[in-house]
Design a protein around this ligand. Structure first.
Ligand code: COA
Ligand code: AMP
Length: 629
């Protein structure tokens, strides 16, 4: 069957399609049906089945004869260390860690926050939670204490599992002071913390609250897998929205198992036993789905890579890892290849390595610009597939279903809707638009298994963010179009989310930080085009009356403030002081026009603008910091 047949088969019988896919998963009690309608546009999948994530990701492979196969390869060019962990070893390590958590009172449904660098223990912590039915919430290491505190308050974890440090090139990021700071600020306090001590930095433990991972695991009683309902949350992952309060995306156990397992062959075209590598971070959805879960569920070897595309030690790192571990499918963000291309435009490093094991390269996380795709294709001689998805969906909305049929690549398009997604382009009035017309990208409800059923403790926000604008649809927050052949094109966000080096960030969240500076009366943050990171944030500050300190001082202070409050990952390095912000007559800041000016393209003076002269001031200010050329 080709893609069209498979897509049509899903559309004709979604229930049958997903029940069949569910057979590839081990159930302690099989679900009686796939879709459960909860009413009022809420849906769940496989709710009455009983299953366990860790069993499916680890134990069943040991039982099925893969015990000696590498489950995880840790490759850390930053430390020079490499480690292979077989499925049998992983089972033992995870069972013991789960035993530690259980002995300390963690029960089914309890939340556990995980704040870890790219070490195998991060994946082990996630799996250990799943083993006993605890719900994990991983927080990316590049976030500062305040962001961690916001997540602790929302998820209310009974425990926090943290590494003693992360390693950035040339810099040890001490996690413990950040963790202690977060617990100090947070209203909610965890009962205990489990600290994984790394050689590069041994953290001071707080007696009675903090426990040493290695010591605890050494004497732990292993815990067995606890079957949970298909609709039991596997995890909460916070993602940026329009405000500084992140959205807690929930993932259910059954749907995640079924959907992710389906993607490994049909999208990434790997068979059990093959090596799969997603060069991302466990703190992002790509890391959840394609470092921790999908490869292991499907019986693949997953690479946990602690390094950067360049500088660790050079622009050949990706190719070295691919050769050395015989990676078959490789997934990263376009920004990573832009970084490699910048350092090694002629692919000199690449020539030193043998990429014959590699079948294809997959890109996601941000728009894949045609230049980057073409360069990567030409240099590697491998097909490069863009695919589009979000934290909310957990897996591909639109991609190239290579395991079913490799469709022709059209540059600028992530290809076609995957089975499970009825993608439509809607006009402002909510009506579907014809091919070639630009509109809001929405998915007809229900969303497929493995996608978000709701937001953690925030059903109203879930409805407002995703369901209420276009009744009967999930609103993706992206705008784009579909061509005559059904190929989708993603053009822009419709909200205040920006994408910096593949990291999803909220300009609204940054504005909240700028506005908290005592000298700032009003502010705006926009995402401007950046040749390496895709987008970069730029802040505009209007100062309070009577403030006459040097502008550079205030700019330096707000940059520091964003780094302290949100974290280095915000990559907030540029701000300008202006007298006024361009607004509509009703007072709405004209951010889109500011972006057009910054990017140096054509821009029109909006008909609704209050005072067009302000746009010239904005252009001048942007030129002063290297934009609007
Ligand atoms: N812990 C602590 N700090 C972190 C961090 C982490 N896990 N990850 C990033 N940071 C820091 C960086 O050190 C940097 O700090 P600096 O301002 O002191 O230099 C800052 O956050 C910004 O990071 P980033 O935007 O990633 O820029 P970079 O210059 O370090 O690297 C790339 C640029 C392109 C090499 C890098 O972004 C990359 O490898 N991207 C791959 C894409 C990816 O992983 N996407 C995730 C979704 S698929
Ligand atoms: P995240 O939730 O961090 O994965 O970010 C999701 C958002 O990143 C999407 O809503 C898009 O705006 C953007 N995005 C992800 N993948 C792509 C892609 N392949 N092409 C264009 N934009 C993408």
């Amino acid at each position: 069957m080709g893609y069209n047949d498979v897509y049509a088969a899903w559309k004709a019988d979604p229930e049958g399609f997903w029940m069949e896919a569910a057979q590839a998963i081990d159930w302690d009690k099989p679900p009686s049906k796939a879709l459960f309608e909860k009413g009022n546009d809420l849906y769940e999948w496989f709710s009455d089945g009983m299953c366990n994530t860790c069993w499916n990701a680890v134990d069943r492979h040991v039982a099925g004869g893969r015990g000696a196969q590498a489950a995880i390869i840790h490759d850390s060019p930053i430390t020079g260390r490499k480690e292979e962990i077989t499925f049998a070893e992983l089972q033992d390590r995870v069972a013991r860690l789960a035993g530690v958590l259980r002995a300390k009172g963690i029960e089914k449904g309890d939340r556990v926050v995980i704040y870890m660098p790219m070490v195998p223990q991060a994946v082990e912590a996630m799996l250990a939670c799943g083993r006993i039915g605890a719900i994990h919430s991983v927080v990316f290491g590049g976030f500062a204490a305040n962001e961690l505190a916001v997540r602790i308050n929302d998820a209310q974890p009974k425990a926090i599992i943290a590494g003693s440090c992360g390693l950035e090139p040339g810099r040890v990021v001490k996690y413990k002071p950040l963790l202690d700071g977060a617990i100090e600020i947070a209203r909610h306090k965890p009962e205990f913390c489990l600290i994984f001590q790394r050689e590069e930095e041994r953290a001071e433990l707080v007696p009675g609250r903090d426990f040493d991972w290695a010591e605890e695991v050494a004497t732990a009683e292993p815990a067995e897998c606890l079957p949970v309902e298909g609709n039991h949350p596997s995890y909460i992952l916070y993602t940026s929205g329009t405000t500084g309060q992140p959205k807690g995306v929930i993932r259910h156990t059954g749907g995640q198992l079924v959907a992710l397992n389906w993607t490994m062959k049909n999208i990434y075209n790997v068979d059990p036993g093959d090596v799969f590598w997603a060069a991302s971070d466990v703190g992002w959805v790509v890391g959840h789905s394609y470092i921790a879960y999908a490869p292991l569920i499907h019986g693949n070897t997953s690479i946990v890579f602690e390094g950067k595309p360049v500088g660790t030690p050079d622009a050949g790192t990706f190719w070295r890892v691919i050769e050395e571990h015989k990676v078959r499918s490789f997934f990263t963000a376009p920004t990573a290849f832009r970084a490699v291309k910048r350092e090694d435009p002629k692919g000199e490093f690449l020539k030193k390595y043998d990429l014959s094991a590699l079948n294809a390269i997959y890109l996601a996380g941000e728009r894949a610009d045609p230049d980057t795709i073409i360069w990567t294709q030409e240099m590697t001689g491998k097909p490069v597939y863009d695919h589009w998805w979000q934290t909310e969906t957990g897996w591909t909305i639109a991609g190239n279903p290579v395991g079913i049929e490799a469709l022709p690549v059209k540059l600028g398009s992530p290809t076609v809707a995957m089975p499970g997604y009825d993608v439509q382009i809607l006009g402002d009035d909510g009506h579907p638009l014809p091919p070639g017309e630009l509109g809001a990208i929405a998915v007809k409800l229900p969303l497929p298994p493995g996608t978000l059923p709701n937001l953690w403790n925030a059903e109203d926000r879930f409805r407002k963010s995703y369901l209420s604008h276009f009744p009967g649809y999930y609103e993706t927050g992206d705008a784009g179009m579909i061509d005559e052949d059904g190929y989708l094109y993603i053009m822009a966000r419709t909200d205040d989310v920006i994408n910096v080096a593949g990291h999803r960030l909220s300009t609204g969240g940054m504005e909240e930080v700028l506005a908290s500076h005592p000298d700032v009366a009003e502010c705006a943050v926009i995402g401007v085009a950046d040749p390496l990171k895709g987008q970069a944030p730029v802040g505009f500050l209007c100062l309070s009356k009577g403030v006459n300190r040097p502008h550079e001082e205030i700019v330096a202070e707000v940059i520091k403030l964003v780094r302290e409050r949100i974290g280095p990952v915000a990559a907030f390095k540029t701000a300008v002081v202006v007298d006024r912000l361009p607004k509509t007559r009703s007072g709405k800041i004209l951010r889109a026009t500011m972006v057009s000016i910054a990017d140096g393209g054509e821009w029109k003076v909006p008909a609704t603008i209050d005072d067009p002269a302000i746009l010239d001031e904005i252009r001048d200010a942007l030129q002063g910091v290297g934009y609007a050329k």
